[in-house]
Unconditional design. Structure first.
Length: 315
């Protein structure tokens, strides 16, 4: 299936499928696989390891000749020279998140970059559009990672935002295949972002224990933590996260000091394994190219199948 819409035009990609900018995970190994498969790989900055991020951006140039992007997570950027560095690398697409969209938008756009901002509410979406962003990543509360303390799920949030803005929307939260991509498009999106599905991919750098925990998870096997003390976050249910389910405050965030023991060492109780509720729909670890190819084929089959089933014609 050939896609042509505002997202593919802006990003220069074959498929409007973007990989989420997950800390320590969204680096060249995974991101290049996504870009090479026709989607858009994203390099993260939320780990705060900006020297490593610089190396990963350089590595992307060696691993792919396809477009890729960088995420600038405001809350985690401690060295603002990263902004000019991203510009100097010739990156054409940036997502901004976890902060005020006004902070870097004008600087990035003045340098010719396309800027999308991640939003969890209508209020945030309107603020981002007013700031001059080119588009939005509308992130439902069912998604994994750092969340708004008052989560709004994609079924409500996507059509709400679409009814108030004209800019292109990439849907995030609950997306893992062609059926959910088709649903997001029906609600007003022109692209989708996958996080948890990409964590459980062959090219994901995380330990196999985490990947298998996603594969084995039920749809109820996430917890929403820190709801009354920002940032809130959604993670896989483990003994540690279950214990924190009713605890709020900085001690929850302190658990990320041992993140690499979980991410790369496989100790699922060492830290917090961020994950969306869509873990309950992921049944196997697959190569990125297969994930994206299957998603595109299922999207086409879903859309055309609905038209046939309900007698809808283009006329």
């Amino acid at each position: 299936m050939k896609f042509k819409n505002r997202i593919t035009d802006l990003l220069g990609v074959e498929y409007p499928i973007v990989q989420a900018p997950m800390g320590w995970i969204a680096r060249a190994q995974l991101a290049s696989a996504v870009s090479n498969a026709g989607g858009l790989g994203i390099i993260e900055t939320s780990s705060g390891e900006l020297d490593a991020v610089r190396e990963e951006i350089a590595k992307m140039r060696r691993l792919t000749d396809k477009p890729f992007g960088v995420n600038i997570a405001h809350a985690f950027v401690r060295d603002e020279t990263i902004i000019q560095f991203v510009i100097d690398q010739g990156v054409k697409f940036v997502t901004t998140s976890a902060g005020d969209p006004n902070k870097y938008c004008s600087q990035l756009k003045a340098a010719g970059l396309t800027v999308f901002h991640v939003v969890p509410t209508l209020k945030a979406a309107l603020k981002a559009v007013e700031a001059g962003v080119d588009g939005l990543i509308v992130e439902g509360g069912e998604g994994g990672g750092f969340k708004n303390p008052q989560p709004v799920m994609s079924m409500v949030l996507l059509p709400l935002v679409r009814s108030h803005v004209d800019v292109p929307i990439i849907a995030a939260g609950g997306i893992c295949d062609g059926a959910t991509m088709a649903a997001a498009f029906a609600l007003g999106a022109e692209g989708v972002q996958m996080g948890t599905r990409m964590v459980a991919s062959a090219e994901s750098p995380v330990h196999d224990n985490w990947k298998q925990a996603i594969v084995n998870a039920a749809e109820t096997d996430t917890v929403f933590l820190n709801q009354f003390s920002k940032p809130a976050l959604r993670a896989l249910r483990t003994e540690k996260t279950t214990a924190y389910e009713k605890v709020h405050g900085p001690e929850v965030m302190g658990e990320f000091r041992n993140a690499k023991d979980l991410y790369f060492g496989g100790d699922m109780e060492a830290s917090i394994a961020l994950s969306g509720q869509v873990c309950g729909r992921i049944g196997s670890v697959e190569p990125v190219a297969k994930i994206i190819g299957d998603t595109v084929r299922e999207f086409e089959a879903t859309v055309s199948g609905l038209a046939v089933r309900y007698g809808v014609s283009a006329s």
